[in-house]
Design a binder for this molecule. Structure first.
Ligand code: ASP
Length: 338
């Protein structure tokens, strides 16, 4: 067995992986995770990277994540960047795809692996998926050159900003419907480096997200014009509009006028499909072409999670509206197929 010389910074934000049982159901417990990890003999094998664990004083269910928490995670990575070879972020599965997407934009010129993982059953349970996810995430972050923010879950390594939580209880909680997996873990670990982002020359920069009024709206058959009008009102600055199929929405005059008026008043609307696997093509149907004519921007094959994070990022860079719209249709972190 070769002794690993790598060292990993493990940040635990909470989530099921770090929870214990309470009378109200699973809940985060401070200090619980590090103690459970100490009891795992595999983590002390010489071929495992060395690691330090930093646990949030108040670990959270990821349903409570906010852009401020995203910034805290970014701060931890930035502060410890020079000292460690890779980073493992333990996080609840519910909003992991949002946080991983946000960090992929925040961490400019990332050249080290940042691997998010969590589990559907807590580490303390006899039968759990936490153990495998944790061990493999640490191994991958330590032993592979991956200049990306990833999610490792159930033997698969995904690009973080391509992921969606697709199953609320199976161990296969995540999928990357519009982009192949970056790696697979079986009896061998197979990494697909040709699919990964190039390693940047410049040094890491953290682009913190500033407060911005960004929203998301999933349209549905019969959505009322009044509801739509209310949703698009100021102070909203940008919206991920989740549409049907290839990016279609009602193309009646009332719907069109409300959307156009909002865009003309400066609202940035990004069109993402409600379909799990999809690439928006607004010119395919008249019902999509109306949105295009109203000035809605195509989200292409971005997930709604990635589109939302990208909006936060672009609004934080203090760009003009025209520049924001141009950047939205560019591939910045592998989030979009051009
Ligand atoms: N509610 C939990 C969370 O997202 C679910 C999980 O971790 O699997 O924090």
């Amino acid at each position: 067995m070769t002794k690993s010389s790598k060292s990993i910074y493990v940040l635990s934000t909470g989530g099921t992986i770090a929870m214990h049982r309470t009378s109200q159901g699973y809940a985060p417990a401070p200090g619980h995770l590090a103690k459970s990890m100490e009891k795992l003999p595999e983590l002390h094998n010489p071929d495992m990277p060395r690691y330090v664990v930093h646990e949030y004083e108040n670990p959270i269910d990821s349903a409570n994540m906010t852009p401020d928490h995203w910034a805290q995670i970014g701060d931890h990575i930035q502060k410890n960047y020079a000292e460690y070879d890779g980073f493992v972020i333990l996080h609840g599965t519910d909003t992991m795809a949002y946080t991983a997407s946000a960090l992929s934009f925040m961490l400019e010129n990332l050249s080290k692996p940042v691997v998010f993982t969590g589990s559907q059953l807590p580490l303390f349970e006899t039968r759990n998926d936490a153990r495998e996810n944790l061990i493999n995430a640490i191994l991958i972050a330590g032993h592979y050159r991956i200049p990306e923010v990833c999610i490792y879950f159930n033997n698969k390594l995904f690009r973080g900003n391509r992921c969606k939580k697709v199953d609320a209880s199976s161990f296969a909680a995540f999928a990357s419907p519009n982009f192949p997996t970056l790696g697979k873990v079986g009896s061998d670990i197979v990494m697909r480096h040709h699919l990964m982002r190039p390693t940047p020359d410049a040094s890491l920069q953290l682009q913190r997200f500033h407060a911005a009024e960004i929203g998301a709206l999933r349209i549905f058959p019969g959505i009322s014009p009044e509801l739509l009008r209310q949703c698009l009102r100021q102070p909203l600055q940008a919206l991920v509009l989740e549409t049907f199929g290839l990016g279609n929405a009602p193309d009646n005059k009332m719907f069109f006028d409300i959307v156009k008026e909002a865009v003309d008043a400066g609202l940035v609307i990004v069109n993402c499909s409600q379909c799990t696997t999809a690439k928006v093509k607004m010119s395919e149907y008249a019902a999509g072409a109306a949105l295009l004519k109203a000035g809605v921007v195509s989200g292409g094959d971005m997930t709604a999670e990635a589109a939302l994070a990208k909006l936060f990022y672009l609004f934080s860079k203090q760009l003009s509206l025209a520049e924001i719209k141009m950047q939205l249709v560019k591939d910045l972190r592998g989030e979009l197929t051009i």
